[in-house]
Ligand binder design. Structure first.
Ligand code: GN1
Ligand code: MG
Length: 363
């Protein structure tokens, strides 16, 4: 038995484990597909939880269990079909109830059932974006009455003031002597800081609520079925109380980018208004039942906030010496920073169009 097989043997799988192969391209956790022999038993996904980032694994898994339990319940109440493909199912360990296992090296592992015949995409067309919009509105609507109080698996995860604070600290330390090279971006970020911290200010003023959000709605975290409909949202590590801007904004940051998140060719990076329109139409169809006017009015702000926040986070990591995000080559975090900044500039050029479009939908 190799190491991964040994890890898998601690979970309550059914069937005979065959191949275990790397899966996906997340920047944080390591994932493997665990294939079982024959067609009668499900396949699985094994993940090593990044314990440096998710320090409270027990809270993390409690959140995820509460969310999946609640969504499953909602789907059952609505007599939905194909429920096992619409909500993730985490396995318990063989000798207990917990859904994670700690190995002797201090690594934490978890397993879930692999959703069959589902696809993920890094780019989507407007039709898929529309379905994604309705799916996120539904996801938030389903979680609106979750009875459990969810913990913040990463404290201040989407708190813009906190992210700027981290950047300022990184600049102050200048641990790798990289600050001089990136001064332009630091200044551009600073110019927008007050405006971009609008959500925190509105919250302090008592105008903007926190709701349970997914907080990592990049497009490749959605599972689509054969017809381009969204089955479910995966990667639930960051489900926690946040502003609705998180899910709306991060989807557009990824799906609405005509280039790649880390595109070295900045001409390729632009904000795609067709995707914006389709996604927003879908999102408002399902979410307008619970959104406040202040949330709707600030959706264009959310479209700018997430490229901005990601730019700040990538830049801080670059300055810190690439300690957070996995990188593929030296300078990768700077390339990511530039691409996110270019995307932000493109979003900013569309503020008026976005407002007009949303106003048109709300009449
Ligand atoms: C990380 O794990 P992954 O790759 O889905 C990050 C997100 C960023 C994203 C950028 C816990 O997500 O916040 O938006 O990279 N997740 C965490 O691609 O920091
Ligand atoms: Mg992810």
């Amino acid at each position: 038995m190799n190491d991964l097989e040994y890890i898998v043997s601690h979970f309550a799988t059914v069937g005979t484990v065959g191949e275990i192969a790397p899966l996906g391209a997340g920047l944080i956790n390591d994932s493997y597909k665990v294939t079982t022999v024959g067609n009668e038993t499900p396949d699985y996904v094994l993940q090593r939880i990044n314990h440096d980032i998710f320090t409270d694994v027990d809270m993390l898994q409690s959140n995820i269990e509460a969310v999946t339990r609640h969504i499953r319940h909602k789907l059952e109440m609505a007599h939905a079909t194909d429920i096992d493909r619409k909500v993730l199912h985490f396995l318990s360990v063989r000798d207990g109830v917990k859904t994670y296992w700690r190995d002797d090296n201090g690594n934490y592992w978890r397993m879930m059932v692999f959703i069959p015949r589902a696809k993920t995409y890094t780019t989507v067309n407007p039709v898929y974006s529309y379905h994604a919009g309705t799916a996120f509105g539904n996801f938030e609507a389903m979680l609106a009455d979750i009875p459990d109080t969810l913990g913040e698996t990463i404290p201040n995860f989407h708190n813009m003031e906190f992210r700027l604070q981290q950047l300022h600290e990184a600049v102050g330390r200048d641990a790798c002597g990289r600050v001089a090279e990136v001064r332009y971006y630091i200044d551009e970020i600073q110019r927008r800081a007050t405006d971009m911290c609008r959500a925190e200010q509105l919250h302090r003023d008592g105008e903007l609520p926190r709701r349970v959000c997914h907080c990592d709605t990049k497009v490749d975290n959605m599972m689509f079925d054969e017809n381009g409909h969204v089955l479910c949202v995966i990667d639930l590590d960051t489900v926690m109380p946040s502003f609705v801007f998180s899910d709306y904004g991060d989807f557009l940051r990824t799906a609405g980018n005509t280039g790649q998140e880390d595109d070295p060719e900045l001409e390729r990076v632009n904000f795609n208004m067709e995707i914006f329109e389709a996604f927003t139409r879908g999102y408002l169809e399902t979410a307008r039942q619970f959104l406040l006017p202040v949330e709707i009015d600030n959706l264009p702000y959310a479209a700018a906030l997430f490229p901005y926040m990601q730019c700040v986070r990538f830049l801080a990591d670059y300055i810190n010496g690439d300690v957070y995000y996995k990188i593929q080559y030296p300078g990768h975090n700077l390339v990511r920073t530039r691409a996110q900044f270019k995307l932000l500039q493109s979003v900013e050029q569309h503020y008026d169009d976005m407002h007009r479009f949303i106003d048109g939908l709300m009449v």
